[in-house]
Design a protein around this ligand. Sequence first.
Ligand SMILES: Nc1ncnc2c1ncn2[C@@H]1O[C@H](COP(=O)(O)OP(=O)(O)OP(=O)(O)O)[C@@H](O)[C@H]1O
Length: 342
Amino acid sequence: MIQIEKLSKVYRSRGREVTAVDGVDLTVREGEIFGVLGRSGAGKSTLLRCVNLLERPDSGRIAVDGRDLLSLDGRELRRARQGIGMIHQHFGLLSSRTVAGNVAFPLEVMGVPRSERAARVAELLALVGLDEHAQAHPAQLSGGQKQRVGIARALAGRPKVLLSDEATSALDPETTASILELLRDLNRRLGLTVLLITHEMEVVKRICDSAAIMRRGRVAESGPLRELLLRPGSELARDLLPLPDTPPHPGAGTTVVDVTFEGDSADRPFVSSLARTYSIDVNILGGAVERIGGTRIGRLRIELPGDPDVNAAQLAHLREAGLTVEVRTPADTPAAEEASLS
Ligand SMILES: Nc1ncnc2c1ncn2[C@@H]1O[C@H](COP(=O)(O)OP(=O)(O)OP(=O)(O)O)[C@@H](O)[C@H]1O
């Protein structure tokens, strides 16, 4: 649904150049929720704003629903933008207008006749659960309600794509959860493709089907969430399923292994199977389990007696059980892990 190829954007001001987006390739499939994660300054906002050409990239290609946006003329681009809604961290509502007036605004701009507008506004407000607040003004609403107005307004042109710029960053955890639930619900009911940017792991964990990690203008890794988490060396797994940093340097005579597994750990008694098969003591150093997209994915850090070279059979045993197995080396220091989202 969204294809981004070799996209670059450089800001130039007062003789200084900042490469905000640096050769990004990204594919967002139709009907999925795709999260771009990264720290402040990573280039997320710039990337998102390039997708509806609020920001014009220096080079690269952006296709939305099969249309190459950079090749469109003014009128065609305006039409294409109707198919791309956007919501913002600070909602961007017009304080002088009522809730209904805010949602009607894009319909007026699109030239929807007055006779049709009221019904469409009512439909949109019902969709986001705000039908009873149509005549309220933004100042009378909570943050969550304001974002619901923002969502209703973004959906006015029946877009296929919704861009979300840190839509829950200004909200408390409970309200965040309800807005994320609404986005998931709209995604399913309307077949809406959602591209969101966030610095909150919680957002990715709760609703994203796929994700990318951005760092210094580049995509460090991207793909379906489940695949990413099971991929050896995954930064996302490191952040989403953190393990304690004990021990940063595996001591001589032991092997420290991070094992990533899917499904209930009870269904996969790999620790006891390993201990039984090789008559060894397996020490569990830490673990994390999360429910992601309906499946449980977990990571466990375990310690086996003996150096890695004497544990070849034991490691093969784990791999044969379909587990992702990563042997910790002295290079895996906390400092190396700290770099993950920077
Ligand atoms: N209009 C601008 N002019 C000059 N530099 C800019 C402009 N907008 C962004 N930048 C710079 O581009 C880089 C990427 O910024 P961007 O806002 O895209 O990152 P971000 O990941 O969205 O971070 P944040 O969450 O803080 O907005 C930063 O170094 C930023 O200072």
